[in-house]
Design a binder for this molecule. Structure first.
Ligand code: GSH
Length: 222
């Protein structure tokens, strides 16, 4: 049995979305997003105490990008990966892992706006800087989606893939700190992929404790 260790609205959501797309049997172990990720029991699954961790085929994996590669290879028939030799393989790898470039800024902003307990600990400079760096990431996605190829609806020319899932989920987190208003192609793509039933199934269920209590956290203006 595949077991995903997951915290709502974090990077593990991209693995959850992928598992739903793959239509395989799996269990989700929802964990609170707190110090319990440092308990020895969880550190034995994920040595730095991070989510996601995935138990599969008697092994435990961590790092969302690696987990997504493994799942796409293991369930290759679902067509969400691009195997070696595929013309879109290099772009698939680039975009799959670009999700982490986006998410590092969301993680810094989550720390600034949510994790730090006292206002005196927060830095308006870091808030503005990290939000600006998110917009640079949006610009990269916008440029890609504006590249004139026929039917450019997804990040890859060959259509929907795990790269859209990884970057789409990274944008899900990022939108809490930087709006998509100036990025029309990215907004269109995001609206389209997040209608997918597998994305909707990866959202926190009604009543669950969410990471993001608000839809948007503006940078402090001082
Ligand atoms: N590069 C790793 C990052 C994992 C990561 O830092 N996950 C965050 C949630 S988005 C986490 O577990 N944070 C808990 C902590 O830092 O204590 C991945 O993509 O899996």
């Amino acid at each position: 049995m595949i077991v995903l260790h997951h915290c709502h609205e974090t990077r593990s959501m991209r693995v959850l979305w992928l598992l739903h797309e793959l239509e395989v049997e799996f269990q989700v172990r929802v964990r609170p997003f707190d110090r319990s990720l440092r308990d020895p029991e969880y550190l034995s699954l994920s040595p730095a105490g991070r989510v996601p961790a995935l138990e599969i085929d008697g092994e435990t994996l961590w790092e969302s990008g690696a987990i997504m590669e493994v799942l796409c290879e293991r369930f290759a028939e679902r067509g969400l990966g691009r195997p070696p030799g595929d013309i879109d393989r290099p772009d698939w790898l680039v975009w799959l892992h670009f999700a982490e470039t986006v998410s590092q800024h969301s993680a810094a902003l989550t720390q600034q706006h949510i994790a730090l307990r006292e206002d005196a600990m927060r830095s308006p400079v870091i808030m503005r800087l990290e939000a600006a760096r998110l917009r640079k990431c949006y610009a990269a996605i916008e440029a890609r989606l504006s590249t004139p190829v026929e039917n450019r609806e997804h990040l890859l020319t060959s259509g929907f893939s795990a790269a859209d899932i990884a970057v789409g989920q990274a944008v899900y987190m990022a939108r809490h700190f930087a709006a998509l208003d100036d990025f029309p192609e990215t907004a269109r793509w995001y609206a389209q992929i997040t209608q997918r039933p597998a994305f909707l199934a990866s959202l926190p269920p009604e009543g669950a404790e969410r990471l993001f209590a608000r839809d948007f956290y503006p940078a402090w203006d001082r």
